[in-house]
Design a protein around this ligand. Sequence first.
Ligand SMILES: *Cc1c(COP(=O)(O)O)cnc(C)c1O
Length: 449
Amino acid sequence: MIFMKELTGQMIQERQNAKLLSAQYARFGISEAVVRFGEETLASLTERFRQIDETAEYNQLKVTAAMQECRVSEACLLGTTGYGYNDLGRDTLEQVYAALFHTEDALVRPQITCGTHALALALMSNLRPGDELLSPVGKPYDTLEEVIGIRPSKGSLKEYGISYRQVDLLPDGSFDYDGIRAAIQEKTKLVTIQRSKGYQTRPTLSVTRIGELIRFIKDIRPDIICMVDNCYGEFVETIEPTDVGADMVVGSLIKNPGGGLAPIGGYIAGRKECVENAAFRLTSPGLGKEVGASLGVLSSFYQGLFLAPTVTASALKGAIFAASLYEKIGFRVLPNGQESRHDIIQAVTFGSPEGVIAFCQGIQAAASVDSFVTPEPWDMPGYDAKVIMAAGAFVSGSSIELSADGPIKPPYAVYFQGGLTFPHAKLGILKTLQNLIDNGLVTDDFHKI
Ligand SMILES: *Cc1c(COP(=O)(O)O)cnc(C)c1O
């Protein structure tokens, strides 16, 4: 009897809590029905979330061990000014990155302004006139088109006499091994492999698959530099591309490894010679890594890296939640709610500009910063169609924070990512759904119109 009473008491408590929670969601204009639909969706994700927590635990230990082994001290958190000679914090952080990625060296700098810059730097410093760059995984990320010269641009690799060749993935998403073998020429110097799908609807590559591709390339020509664009992929798995043979990994600190705290920055980790080339290009031949004051950003670089495994986990949970929710409603989602994940990006195809806009405006309305502004499609530098971006972020434009963007062109897919905490990601996704319902794009019994 006593047991029964307690159970009833607990049930009453739970119902009360659910009511209080619904009242909080109501402050964002989210209906009780949407909240309930979200709860039903979440109930099926317990096992997935447990696996994500396991990966985060592993990676948390990996990061902490690397910091300990490199003897990170309080003095490392301070910064330098001016030339930045003997910047202990900067040099130690680069050792931490090298330890984490199991590479000979790393370049981790606030002077690398974003992911595109890091990638451009890695390419321009390791390629020379007459060399050829090969992408064996199809078209690279939009902003790299101008770096390479696929779309003409001042200062592109093409202008410097560096040619480019591309082998697309086969229709089923697998590597076109025959095509790749045929594309490898004497002048092929560097192969660029993009881990994440970016603005495309191809699958993201797992680290294992990247390893298979690298092995194939190295079997043909071991001297080809294999570079991986690691943007959005860091800490999603327990291994990184440098664990499977990549000579260089490149990424942005305003994404996963910055943990939401880094206010700027990019990294290149890899073979000593590759990193040295990049350093000589970033600063100056001869100066390389020796200069480059860290100013005041190091403590956020360190703390962001420390938080990165769990922040990445939160973003992953948000992505899976979004996939499961929108899949149930009838939209095409990539990856789907069940697939294993290799980056934090979730694509949802709405098939109309209105769907993309309503989704992005929902994400913006859930932000902590700039929630009251309404994002509109605009001509963003580096992209060939209008893009709508939602990012009410503490770090401007940060896409490890709750954010969504979509080019206004067929198939009208939105790319959702981030969420420094899962509750915030959940809020954002529920708000997008409410927005789609309010705009007549989803019925109020949760069916695609
Ligand atoms: C974001 C991204 C980039 C470019 O990084 P920015 O910081 O936006 O310049 C390059 N490649 C991939 C796969 C990305 O996701």
